[in-house]
Write a new protein. Sequence first.
Length: 318
Amino acid sequence: MDLCTNILLPLKKLLIGAPKGSIGTPIRELFGTAAIHYKENGEETEFVVLLNNLEIVIQLMAPQSMPRFLLAQNNGELRVGITGRDCLEESRLERLAAGDLREVIVVEDLPINKRTTGNVRIVSARRDECSYNLIEEKIKNRELKILTEYPYITKHYFPNIPESNVQAIIRSAEEEFVSHNEYDLVVCVTETGSGLKKKHLQIHSVLMESNTVLIAMEENPYLIAFGKYLKSGIMRPGAYDNRPGTFKQVVMHVPSKLKDDLMKVMPAMLEPTVTYLKERDQYDVHIVVREDYILPLWLRISACVSGWAEMRVDRVIP
């Protein structure tokens, strides 16, 4: 289907798996740039947000559970999840080991982590007093003992180490490693490496890099548009007023052949300002809308417009 000649029907419902824990705070702030507002209270794990006629259901869960959330998708449901590439790879290898060949796809990269907008690393680390050569000798002799938060990634990276020498732990592997001398390496995630240094550990090898991603089971035009919109909220951190109930001015370029059809679905508070750009054969359209109208509109028409920009409006007098 050529999306640029077909304005999509309004999306009615979207299920979003959102991560709990420390990464949940920057994700929640990112959702705020799309007028998706909710507050974690430590008890509730599901929130419903209404944006015009679009119902968004937020389900909070551990990032490691996100692929399973998507694989449980029922027919007719649109689901997306936010997790890390490390959790995605760990889940893929676990499914592969069980003979499950189903794939979860990355819809969009969202370069946002707990403290930075860069990648995190899945690393193996050793104690300061343990030499690099000693670890390599143990790997060669298949004597290495590993404590890991990522058992399947670890087994994939160290294929010659007996499974009995790989001990899985759900979280806080560094603390457990420091207090138990029977392990030679710990496999864990680090963002800057400073936490490892404080525990007198040093990186032995990097197994993979990871960043936050939006994932789904299918390449759906609504989900692609949603990912693109979310990512745009990261490009200028702190530039958005995320208070509920504000108005925005939206500026977009509209192809001439679609102008009349698009104007019929514009939820403008004021009469749109429309300027014809002859050299491009397109229209420059300015509209003022409530923020809760913007995401549903974007999901519907994003493939048909270009040059989308939003600016806060402090007051509207019709």
